[in-house]
Design a protein around this ligand. Structure first.
Ligand code: ZN
Length: 220
């Protein structure tokens, strides 16, 4: 299934009504669509346009096919639309992300479970790090500085030793197996966690990947 098919299927699912809305009722309610519940010639159970009685799913299907045939033009149009009102576009993206958060997590889980894909992503991340040493170093430095900032002054020698033990234990599983994770993230949206023993735990690297960015592996 391609991304376009998936997104149009999702769109259909979300926007199709469950109750019949006759042409007369649609007109009375000032709608631009009506809904019969009867499949179109292509089998869509979808809204119809009041203006030309056309199946909206068919329109969407034809548009998706056209976009697929000419992806460059589709991208150009989408970029143009996005920039017409960037603030509104960003809000739209944010709402869509929120709406599909659960679906996206499921998709990510499936994606990351695929060993070929995982290996390819790792290679890509490593290549990126090699080709962009400046950016890579900036990210490493930034992460170090977050950790430094999240380390309270009251941390005792004993705490520091405990932290070192946790990191050594994670490393003992071999490279890329387990990772030290901040339970409350150092850069959370609402609260920021501390770099203290109580906020550290060892979790599978794969799980951590879902939480953070792809480059961590290449930077480790
Ligand atoms: Zn149709």
């Amino acid at each position: 299934m391609t991304g376009q098919n998936r997104s149009s299927a999702v769109m259909q699912q979300r926007s199709e009504p469950h109750e019949i809305v006759s042409i007369a009722e649609a007109k009375a309610r000032g709608l631009r669509w009506y809904f019969t519940g009867i499949p179109c010639v292509n089998g869509h159970i979808a809204k119809r346009s009041l203006s030309n009685r056309g199946c909206r799913a068919c329109v969407e299907m034809r548009r998706a096919a056209k976009d697929q045939a000419n992806p460059a033009r589709a991208r150009e149009r989408n970029v143009r639309r996005y920039h017409k009102d960037v603030t509104a576009s960003r809000e739209k993206v944010r709402l869509a992300r929120e709406r599909h958060a659960e679906k996206r997590r499921a998709y990510d889980r499936e994606r990351y479970a695929d060993p070929d894909r995982k290996a390819a992503q790792k290679q890509q991340a490593l290549r990126w790090a090699r080709e962009n040493p400046g950016k890579r170093n900036a990210i490493v430095a930034a992460r170090r500085s977050w950790i430094k900032r999240a380390t309270p002054r009251w941390l005792t020698q004993e705490d520091r030793r405990a932290i070192a033990v946790i990191y050594r234990k994670a490393a003992s599983y071999g490279p890329g197996v387990m990772e030290v994770d901040h339970i409350v993230p150092l850069r959370g949206r609402n609260v920021c966690g501390l770099h203290v023993p109580g906020n550290l735990r060892i979790i599978p690297a794969q799980v951590n990947r879902l939480k953070s960015n792809l480059f961590s592996e290449a930077l480790a």
